[in-house]
Design a protein around this ligand. Structure first.
Ligand code: ACM
Length: 276
């Protein structure tokens, strides 16, 4: 009996080599300049073309009250952090995906922004807020977004969004090649769960988490990159800063064939998924 070997059925048309990575970092609550400087130092040590930073990487997470969050929130794209990272990517091949608190006329959002080669590309606002975040932020209102950079489709979600299979399924069905996932993980489940999520959608994911403790809240580290076969390409430690990158072929995500008779998207039976 032949096994359903990956090599037999990988029929994607071309191979693209892309350097993707994450920054796993320590974050100092309310010290935006220190956190942005630390991130830039770590990015400079990293050769990734696409690099993902944690959720709220410039502000910290465990806020005492809304006034604290407001004091470190910024407009996107005209605030300090987005402008600085955009300028940092000028004359480079770099794309950076990073989480920050977004100030708007309606209120605050737990958002991420993307800058690439000196340009602002866009933003996403976290849809599924976790625990005390509900006291500070409005739920995201922009939907799940795909950003195309040099022909590669980048899907975005923030931390707890992973817990809802609809988030990753929506991104995969919209054509994402890579899910970029800034996070501040405190529960232990996500790193293992992302293996199944990537397998079920045959997609890459890059989760960037933070390390350390903040006002008694411990973050679990274990930032990682997972491939469309559900295998971990690299997982960082639970407690150390790390700038990591690896070469991948993002177009592998476009091959949804599991074997000659099963294409995981064509085989969906949406008529029977009536509750969603
Ligand atoms: C989380 O969504 N930051 C747990």
């Amino acid at each position: 009996m032949p096994s359903w070997g990956e090599n037999l059925y990988n029929w994607h048309y071309r191979i693209i080599i892309m350097k993707v990575g994450f920054i796993q970092m320590n974050i100092e609550i309310l010290d935006v300049k220190k956190n942005v400087d630390n991130a830039i130092n770590l990015i400079e040590k990293n050769d990734a073309d696409l690099v993902v930073l944690p959720e709220l990487f410039n502000t910290g997470y465990n806020f005492n009250n809304k006034g604290e969050v407001l004091g470190v929130s910024e407009k996107i794209p005209d605030g300090y952090t987005t402008k600085l990272l955009k300028e940092f990517t000028e004359n480079t091949d770099k794309t950076i995906v990073f989480g920050l608190s977004e100030k708007t006329d309606k209120g605050l959002y737990n958002s991420l922004a993307i800058v690439s080669k000196g340009e602002y590309i866009g933003k996403y606002r976290k849809i599924h807020l976790f625990f005390d975040e509900k006291d500070f932020f409005l739920p995201g209102d922009l939907g799940f977004k795909i950003f195309e950079i040099d022909g590669i489709k980048i899907g975005t979600m923030i931390c707890f969004d992973w817990f809802f299979p609809e988030s990753t399924r929506t991104l995969a069905l919209k054509g994402a090649d890579i899910i970029c996932h800034p996070a501040n993980l405190v529960m232990p489940y996500c790193p293992e769960a992302m293996k199944t999520i990537c397998l079920q959608n045959r997609i890459y994911s890059i989760t960037s988490n933070r390390v350390g403790e903040e006002r008694g809240l411990k973050f679990i580290g274990q930032s990682q990159i997972v491939g469309p076969d559900g295998k971990i390409i690299f997982r960082a430690s639970e407690d150390k800063q790390k700038a990591f990158h690896v070469e991948i072929d993002p177009l592998k995500s476009r091959d949804k064939n599991l074997n000659p008779k099963n294409n995981i998207f064509n085989d969906r039976r949406a008529d029977f998924y009536e509750l969603i």
